[in-house]
Every structure is written in structure tokens, then in C-alpha cells.
Ligand binder design. Structure first.
Ligand code: DOR
Ligand code: ZN
Length: 415
């Protein structure tokens, strides 16, 4: 397959450069980037006039739900939803059924991805069996089977010794520990109250200490509060290897702008105060927060349309991530388009140590997203490809849209 993308404006965070170039793709890779490249006979030409071309987005935190919860999402629907969102690689969380806690489960998931996925899926492995916190998994075997990180996402590993073990084995494999920070000693006493920011910051501080003691690498998932951000900022200043992510719903929404009683806004960690939201935006601007990750958490409507206390946590966010981020951060004047692409593609590739992706470079995989910044739309989850229609963002007017997504040289989404 030979493709020539013509007349687009390439946005490349790797060299901090934005300019009009044509891109030639042969098979899976970018083979030439230049001005006015000439068309060859068998080229399929894509006209990118008025479009921006960025490295395909990489999401370090999604829930694709297989195995076990195919009523919420499948690899088939989830990866197509990712492609529509401009994503070409996603890291999927282990809170499935069974959990991603043995090489056999990882292998069968990878087999399913070979069959059904249209983009690259990289699994995480559970720190403890069934994410229950009681028994450690075989971390070395999980790394051998291809997980990029250990995580008990959805539940915090409360056992401190187990966290030390996770950092030790991740360090041996030169991989990450990703953490869902929620002090269950605080949250288990609550029923339908929004849990306090201290439940997050307690665990963030604990894990920074353990990471420093083990000289490991910590990636804090979905940071939502001022105290957690301050702890991460201080740890970075000390040279501790900690990175973190923020989700669009945490920097685009606050308690002041959503109906907190509506179960569509029920998510873990919760949507926070306007002060927390502003702190997240500031931390994205100054680099304390390294990446945007969606925490795409699709649920069937039945599990959301319940009394608040028994409704599921989570927001289906992969298809709205770019336009919401572009509207909240770039249109509002907080950051440049180049910085947004760094948060969505380049930094996630660095943190995951993913090779030959995350930049528009000759020799790299042709994982690209074409963006129409003149588009405007009103979010309507009935149009989602994802099985999860659960979002508090319905009705929000947003700017910018994904026009096309290419994965390894194949067009996997076209508006
Ligand atoms: O809101 C959330 N939903 N937070 C999590 O940590 C897990 C996720 C899910 O799996 O639905
Ligand atoms: Zn989580």
C-alpha cells in the first residue's frame, strides 16, 4: 500500500516544528516527508488541504472491558471508537473478568486483538490477583507476556509491601507502575458522598515515597486534586521518577459546571472543585502533568440509570477527548496546538517507552491523525461508536474534530 498525503500542516512535537509538508507512506511506515512530493502511479493520494497532521494519539489509560464485560465494550467496538478519537495506540487497564493477572489471560487478549483491533492495544498487568489486593501476581511472567506496566486500576493496592514488590519487579523489567490513588480506609466509610481529595493525595504521597525508596518509575493515573499535584511537583523537583496524567473531564468540568447528582458525572476520582480544575490546567501548562489520558470507562446505560449509590463509576471519553481538550486548552488560550499534541502523542510514547511512534518522522510507523480545527459540533453520545454512551458532556459545544486516522499506513477512521 502506497499513500501520499498532500498539503497538510504537519505538527511535530519531537522537533517542535509546524509546517506544510507532504508525507509518503509505504506499507506500514513513513518513507518521506517533504515539500511538493511528486505523485507516483500507484499512490493513493489523500488531500489534507486545511487539515493539520499529528502523530496518532496514545492513551495511557483506557478500559476496553474484554474479557468479561462485553456488554460495556469489546475490543472490536472499543478500538474503532479509539480510531474515531484519533488514537492509534492505547494502554488497557486490567480490571476485566478474569483480570489481566496471568500470562494466559494476556495471551488470549492479544489473540483477540489480532482478530478484532484496528489499532495497537498494549495491556497492563495486575499487581495483585483479581485486583483484590490479597495475593501478588507473577510480575516477571506478566512482563514477559508483554504488559507495559503493572497496575491495580479501579482499586488501590493498600498493602505497602506489595507496592514495594511492584516497584522492584517493574524496575527489573525497566517498566512502570501505574497507580489508581484512592485511600480505601477513607472511601470505604463513605456511601454516596463524593470522596475527599485527601483520599487521593494520601496515596500519591505514599507511592512517591515507595517509588523513591525503590528508585523505580511511577505514573500516577487520573490526577484530580491540588494536593496530589503539589506532591507530584515537589517529587519531580527532587528528581524522583514520577509522571502523571489528567483526564479531559477533570480539566473541562468542575462541580460548578455539572450536575453532580446525575450519575453520568459519577466517576472515580470524582469531578472536583473549580479550584482543582484550574490547578490541573496550570499543571498541564507548566509540565507537572505530563500527558492527557482519557480513563475511557464505558458502561451499559442500565448500570448508570440507577440510584446514585449503586450506579457505576466512569465516563466514556475516547471519542470526545480531542475536541474537549482542544476547546478547553487551546481555544481558551492556555496552550498551543503543538503543546496539545505533545500531551496526546509525544509524551505518552516517551513514558510508555514505545518505539517509532509518537512523532512524524521518516522510518516511524505511519500512525497519524488528520485534524480539522475549523469543525464545530455539539456532543451527542448517541453517535458514539463505543458501546458506552455514558458521558456528562452531552450538549457541550466543542471545536476541532478528527477528520481521519491512519494506523500502520491503513485508514482506520474517516469522518
Ligand atoms: O470511574 C472509574 N471507572 N474509575 C476507575 O478507576 C475505574 C473505571 C471503570 O473501570 O469503570
Ligand atoms: Zn483508575
Amino acid at each position: 500500500m502506497k499513500i501520499l498525503i498532500k498539503n497538510g500542516i504537519v505538527v511535530n512535537p519531537q522537533n517542535n516544528h509546524e509546517g506544510q509538508y507532504d508525507i509518503r507512506i509505504e506499507d506500514e511506515r513513513i518513507t518521506e516527508i517533504g515539500e511538493n512530493l511528486s505523485e507516483k502511479d500507484d499512490d493513493q493520494v489523500i488531500d489534507a488541504t486545511n487539515l493539520f497532521i499529528a502523530p496518532g494519539f496514545i492513551d495511557l489509560h483506557v478500559h476496553l472491558r474484554e474479557p468479561g464485560f462485553s456488554e460495556k465494550e469489546t475490543i472490536y467496538t472499543g478500538t474503532r471508537a479509539c480510531a474515531k478519537g484519533g488514537y492509534t495506540r492505547v494502554v488497557c487497564m486490567p480490571n476485566t473478568k478474569p483480570a489481566l493477572d496471568t500470562p494466559a489471560v494476556i495471551e488470549s487478549l492479544m489473540d483477540l486483538c489480532k482478530k478484532d483491533a484496528v489499532i495497537t492495544v498494549v495491556p497492563t498487568g495486575a499487581i495483585t490477583k483479581s485486583i483484590a489486593g490479597d495475593v501478588l501476581t507473577a510480575h516477571d511472567q506478566l512482563f514477559e507476556s508483554g504488559v507495559c506496566a503493572l497496575s491495580d486500576d479501579g482499586r488501590t493496592t493498600m498493602n505497602v509491601d506489595y507496592m514495594h514488590a511492584a516497584f522492584k519487579s517493574s524496575k527489573l523489567a525497566d517498566k512502570l507502575v501505574m497507580t489508581h490513588s484512592e485511600d480505601h480506609e477513607i472511601t470505604e466509610r463513605l456511601s454516596d458522598e463524593i470522596y475527599p481529595t485527601q483520599a487521593e493525595s494520601n496515596i500519591v504521597k505514599r507511592d512517591i515515597e515507595i517509588c523513591a525508596a525503590e528508585n523505580g518509575r511511577l505514573h500516577v493515573s487520573h490526577v484530580s486534586s491540588i494536593d496530589a499535584i503539589e506532591a507530584i511537583r515537589a517529587a519531580k523537583a527532587k528528581g524522583i521518577q514520577v509522571t502523571c496524567e489528567a483526564a479531559p473531564h477533570h480539566f473541562a468540568l468542575s462541580e460548578d459546571s455539572v450536575d453532580m447528582q446525575n450519575t453520568m458525572s459519577k466517576v472515580n476520582p470524582p469531578i472536583r472543585s473549580e479550584k482543582d480544575r484550574i490547578a490541573i490546567v496550570k499543571a498541564l501548562v507548566d509540565g507537572t502533568i505530563d500527558v492527557i489520558a482519557t480513563d475511557h470507562a464505558p458502561h451499559e446505560l442500565e448500570s448508570k440509570l440507577r440510584p446514585y449509590a449503586s450506579a457505576s463509576f466512569g465516563i466514556s471519553g475516547i471519542e470526545t477527548a480531542f475536541s474537549v481538550s482542544y476547546t478547553a486548552l487551546v481555544k481558551s488560550g492556555e496552550i498551543s496546538l503543538l503543546k496539545l499534541i505533545e500531551l496526546l502523542s509525544y509524551r505518552p510514547a516517551q513514558i510508555g517507552k514505545f518505539k517509532e511512534v509518537g512523532a512524524v518522522e521518516v522510518g516511524y510507523f505511519a500512525d497519524l491523525v488528520l485534524l480539522d480545527l475549523n469543525a464545530e459540533q455539539v456532543i451527542d453520545s448517541s453517535t458514539f461508536i463505543s458501546k458506552g454512551k455514558n458521558t456528562p458532556l452531552n450538549g457541550m459545544h466543542t471545536y476541532g474534530a478528527v477528520a481521519m486516522t491512519l494506523h500502520h499506513g491503513n485508514v482506520v477512521y474517516k469522518r
